[in-house]
Design a protein around this ligand. Sequence first.
Ligand code: NAD
Length: 387
Amino acid sequence: MATRRIGIIVNGATGRMGYRQHLVRSLLAIQEQGGVEIAGGDRLLPDLLLVGRNEEKLRGVAEKHGLTAWTTDVDEALANPDYEVYFDALVTNLRVANLKKAIAAGKAIYTEKPTAETFEDALELAKLAKEAGVVNGVVHDKLYLPGLLKLRRLIDSGFFGEILSVRGEFGYWVYEGDWQSAQRPSWNYRSEDGGGIVADMFPHWNYVIEELFGRIEDVYAQTATHIGRRWDEQGEQYTATADDAAYGVFRLEGGTVVQMNSSWDVRVHRDELVEFQVDGTRGSAVVGLHGARVQPREATPKPVWNPDVKDPHDYRGDWIEVPDNAGPDGFDNGFKVQWEDFLAHYAEGREYPFDFLSGARGVRLAEAGLTSSAEGRRISLDPLTEV
Ligand SMILES: NC(=O)c1ccc[n+]([C@@H]2O[C@H](COP(=O)([O-])OP(=O)(O)OC[C@H]3O[C@@H](n4cnc5c(N)ncnc54)[C@H](O)[C@@H]3O)[C@@H](O)[C@H]2O)c1
């Protein structure tokens, strides 16, 4: 079997996501393992061209990993026919302009979410990509995480019976940046720079809910900017203009109700930074990024409400851990698995399901969430399966 080179432009290679998850944990890891196996047995070996705005930082990253191809000029990179795939992990508000250029250059495109800041732009991207006939994909990493893969298995096995409700809790304390530096970039807290937890997290909730539980028919959300003053990377105080918490209720086709709390202003009293509790007629599960526990109907206790006596029952002890059952090496990094999936689809000429249209539905959910909060009303969402 042959090994085929595949040229990939990595734009935003020095950013938090671009560097750690996409370059180091995915693309370099794929190189190290000798590429991605595709149908027929050939292997695709990524050959990378890094793009970034800061020459010094970019050179540093390239040298650290023994990479020689890099440029600060994205147009030059896109004009290079040796690189057929364009990947974008730039700050959100630069995405549309760069993706449009990549479409015009005829590249296959894989991009971080959200694909755009507005639904209108996201939909236009989906249309342009379709018209140009370029393969396109959007990061849907949560679906490839061990906890959600276990949840997928539970759903497919029929474990839940009818799924009644899902309650999700996402969040952790993001430092304000004054006496301890913030662990997220400051643009996340400025709406004028593409920030906000709704824009960041609702695109994730959209594909997670769609893929696992069904189409979202409507959304009601309450957003908040709980912390109005933060300190940036230079230690300068700034006004946080973007929402840093969102409390959303999503009604699905078929009747399931999903409630998601997303917040950068909560302290964690959970096993993981995100957890979903799924309650069905025949059983329930609590899943995180990695773990999953279940409680079938047959092993469900029968609590009786009595606030006068301290309840000695260990409710957490009733739950059963779901094993990995994932082979000797366990589950692989979710970002890497999705890269492999995207590259295989592209090389085999198959349509990629998590495309710009799916990305646009995610952006639409974020936009609808913000509108719902601003106007205090529930927003309906039509099926959006074609551009
Ligand atoms: N899939 C996920 O779980 C996940 C998690 C976090 C962020 N993201 C997404 O990834 C993207 C990047 O987020 P991040 O946290 O890595 O941000 P970051 O600020 O660390 O990185 C942003 C990148 O954009 C580049 N950039 C910024 N301004 C620029 C300019 N004017 N010109 C050229 N380049 C510029 C930076 O150099 C950097 O490479 C965002 O769109 C975000 O929504 C996805």
